[in-house]
Write a protein that binds this ligand. Structure first.
Ligand code: DX5
Ligand code: ZN
Length: 223
């Protein structure tokens, strides 16, 4: 699959996460995106390893765990044990990013690095050859339902070019404000892992919303 849809359960009803996962899997979800927030790196609190462990029992697709926390090194082992198949960490909090990326890989988990909207692409230049994917934030992290920052399109293209330059065919993931209006733009810019929270779980029919968003993304890919 050249394009992966990763619904973010941040916008789902936390009392019914198993239903939310099942609905988007029926709608074609390729990954389940799990947003972990610590109230320090971002101004919100969400979930930790126990919830990831429970999600792992019900999900049939891999869990894509996005760590928005100040000290990811302390927790990558716990999230790997809980069942994360992909783990992404923010460049902004990691002075030893190379070490962290390889520590994630050593756990048998795919390693991603994340760039906030204000973080330049050059920040990942020295690890570009090592990563399994790069996540470009197209909103300031912390909340779902925010407006897509248009500058993110050229940033996706810039990351794609960097990865090509170092011979890494790792995918570019995008997260924040992805909906039926923005999805084709980011796919055309080179994004191949698409996170969507509000556009899917804010809808009355998440299964259908996932299916339609993926279809729109696939159409942009072949256009
Ligand atoms: C934002 C999170 C996102 C969020 C996306 O901090 O990282 O994954 O759930 O939500 P939408 O798609 O509603 O912008
Ligand atoms: Zn996220």
């Amino acid at each position: 699959m050249s394009l992966l849809l990763a619904p973010s359960i941040l916008s789902a009803d936390f009392a019914h996460l198993a239903d939310a996962v099942a609905a988007v899997e029926r709608g074609g979800a390729d990954l389940i995106h799990v947003d972990v927030m610590d109230g320090h790196f971002v101004p919100n609190l969400t979930i930790g390893p126990p919830v990831v462990k429970s999600l792992k029992r019900v999900a049939t697709v891999p869990l894509d765990v996005h760590l928005m926390i100040t000290d990811p090194d302390k927790y990558i082992g716990a999230f790997a044990d809980a069942g994360a198949s992909l783990l992404s960490v923010h460049v902004e909090v990691l002075p030893h990013l190379h070490r962290t990326v390889h520590a994630i890989k050593a756990l048998g988990v795919k390693a991603g690095v994340v760039l906030n909207p204000s973080t330049p692409v050059v920040a990942i230049g020295e690890v570009a050859a090592d990563v399994d994917f790069v996540l470009v934030m197209s909103v300031n992290p912390g909340f779902s339902g925010q407006t897509f920052i248009p500058r993110s399109e050229s940033k996706v293209a810039e990351v794609r070019a960097l990865l090509e330059a170092v011979g890494n065919n790792a995918a570019v993931e995008i997260d924040g404000g992805i909906d039926m209006l923005t999805v084709s733009r980011v796919v055309k810019a080179g994004a191949r892992m698409l996170v969507a929270g509000n556009a899917i779980f804010g809808s009355a029919d998440p299964e259908r919303a996932a299916r339609e968003l993926k279809a729109a993304a696939m159409a942009a890919l072949t256009a």
